[in-house]
Design a protein around this ligand. Structure first.
Ligand code: GTP
Ligand code: MG
Length: 211
C-alpha cells in the first residue's frame, strides 16, 4: 500500500461526532507515551501529521486521518497515565468501549505495546475488548530499536504464546519509528484486512436501494 495523501479530518470527543461517511477504519491503540503518534507518522512517511509528545497523555480525542481519500487511520487517546483525573479516565473508557461496540467500519485494531515491557494488564484489557467485539487486531511491539536482536526474537515468541487465547489477534510485528523496521509488514497487514472487510451499507446506499 502506497500512502499518497494524508489529511487530518476531525478530533472526536463524543461518538455523536464520528464521521458519517463509510470508509474502513484502522485504529491505533496503546498506553500513553508508548509511541502511537510516532508510529503513525512513520507508517505514513510524514514527519508531523500526529503530534509527538514529550508530556504523556496529550492525545485526548480520537483523531481521524484520511489516507488516500479512502481509509481512516485513528490515533486514539493513550490510556494508563497516572496523573489523569478519575473522571477523565472514566469518560475515556466509556468513549472507547462505546466506539468499539458500535463502530462497524473498524477493519483492524493495531494494539501498540512497548517491546521492552511486553503487554501490561491495561493492554490486555484493551485486547480483551477488541476480542469481545470481534475486531481483528495485530500486536505491534514498538521501540524495537531499544531491544537487542536476540531479546526481541524471544519477546515476539513469548508474546505470541501468551496471547494465543485472543481469537481475533492475527499476528505480532516488531516495529521502530526510528529505523522503520516493521513498517512494510504492518502496511501489508492493514491492506489485507481492508480487502477482507465487509463494510456496513452506508445510509445513502440503503436509501437508494429503497427508492
Ligand atoms: N527509540 C524510540 N523512541 C520512540 C519510538 N516511538 C516513539 N518514541 C519516543 O517515545 C515518546 C512518545 O512518543 P509518542 O509518539 O508521542 O507517543 P504517544 O503514544 O503518541 O503518546 P501520547 O499521545 O502522549 O499518549 C517520544 O519521545 C518519542 O520520540 C521508537 O520506535 N523508538
Ligand atoms: Mg500521541
Amino acid at each position: 500500500m502506497k500512502i499518497a495523501s494524508v489529511d487530518f479530518v476531525v478530533g472526536v470527543a463524543n461518538v455523536k461526532q464520528l464521521p458519517k461517511d463509510n470508509f474502513p477504519e484502522i485504529v491505533f491503540i496503546g498506553r500513553s507515551n508508548v509511541g502511537k503518534s510516532s508510529l503513525l507518522n512513520k507508517v505514513c512517511n510524514r514527519k508531523g501529521i500526529a503530534r509527538v509528545s514529550s508530556t504523556p497523555g496529550k492525545t485526548r480525542e480520537l483523531n481521524y486521518y484520511l489516507i488516500n481519500k479512502e481509509i481512516y487511520f485513528l490515533d486514539l487517546p493513550g490510556y494508563g497515565y497516572a496523573k489523569v483525573a478519575e473522571h477523565v479516565k472514566a469518560g475515556w473508557t466509556a468513549l472507547i468501549e462505546n466506539f468499539f461496540r458500535t463502530r462497524k467500519q473498524i477493519a483492524l485494531g493495531v494494539q501498540i505495546v512497548d517491546a521492552r515491557l511486553g503487554p501490561t494488564d491495561l493492554d490486555c484489557t484493551m485486547m480483551g475488548w477488541l476480542d469481545f467485539y470481534k475486531i481483528p487486531f495485530v500486536l505491534v511491539l514498538t521501540k524495537a530499536d531499544k531491544v537487542p536482536f536476540n531479546k526481541l526474537q524471544t519477546q515476539v515468541k513469548t508474546v505470541k504464546e501468551s496471547l494465543k487465547n485472543f481469537r481475533h489477534m492475527s499476528g505480532v510485528i516488531s516495529f521502530s519509528a526510528i529505523s522503520g523496521e516493521g513498517r512494510i509488514e504492518l502496511l501489508k497487514n492493514i491492506e489485507l484486512h481492508i480487502s477482507q472487510k465487509e463494510m456496513p451499507e452506508s445510509r445513502q446506499q440503503v436509501t437508494s436501494a429503497v427508492a
